[in-house]
Design a protein around this ligand. Structure first.
Ligand code: HEM
Length: 199
């Protein structure tokens, strides 16, 4: 597994070079922020919003919304953390075996799709940034995708969210310096728990 993690890290760098985020998406399955979301700026605005900045992983002049850049950075960090987490990385055997074999296609797709999902869920409105993939139920049910080895249980969901917390901290967002943002992002992830936990 250590070798796989190292390869995943190498491939992440490779993937990022080719990363694109400007596709028009089918938005029919785009999640909406929780109905009871607090008034005030959306989570997307709070993580950077629509201010355009240079994409640090793309050629000069390639711009990206700051909110998407923040979420993509967290997703990419989370993939590292989860790949190294022996308690849950068994769900990702297909991905890790691909990466070990030098095939980064699935890795790039997961990075983009997870980022798209979070953009939509936090309140992004840029149609190029919205998730158009499988429903969260089907994406986590081996009956509908061959990319997950088994259905997710509740404890593993909790561990996955913990790993995203670690990824947030790697990007400078911690319970010490931004407790409310961490709390609100974790709460958002938890809105998917009852759909994704299927055993
Ligand atoms: C916290 C809430 C979660 C969200 C929002 C989420 C979101 C996603 C998304 C958007 C995809 C890509 C689906 C597609 O492209 O069709 C995905 C794939 C996947 N998720 Fe989750 N997920 C969550 C929790 C989990 C948990 C708890 C596990 C296992 C412990 C898990 C395991 C997987 C696996 C194995 C894949 C396939 C990866 C691949 O393409 O190789 N997810 N998830």
């Amino acid at each position: 597994m250590k070798k796989q993690v190292i390869l995943a890290a190498i491939c992440l760098t490779t993937v990022s070079i080719f990363y694109t985020s400007c596709k028009k998406k089918d938005t029919t399955t785009t999640p909406t922020p929780a109905a009871n979301a607090p008034a005030g700026p959306t989570l997307y605005t709070r993580v950077g919003g629509t201010t355009m900045v240079q994409d640090p992983k793309a050629p000069a002049g390639t711009m990206i919304e700051k909110g998407r850049l923040t979420l993509r950075s967290v997703v990419d960090s989370a993939i590292y953390v989860i790949a190294a987490d022996a308690s849950i990385n068994g769900y990702f055997t297909v991905l890790l075996q691909e990466v070990t074999a030098g095939n980064t296609t699935g890795f790039a797709a997961l990075s983009e799709n997870f980022t798209d999902f979070l953009c939509g869920a936090t309140g992004a409105t840029n149609s190029a940034y919205l998730y158009g993939g499988k429903s969260m139920k089907d994406a986590h049910d081996p009956a509908y995708t061959n990319r997950i080895t088994q259905k997710v249980d509740n404890a593993d969901f909790t561990q996955f969210v913990n790993d995203i917390g670690t990824a947030l901290a790697k990007n400078g967002v911690t319970t010490s310096n931004n407790a409310q943002l961490v709390t609100d992002l974790v709460a958002l992830l938890n809105t998917t728990r009852s759909t994704i936990v299927q055993r």
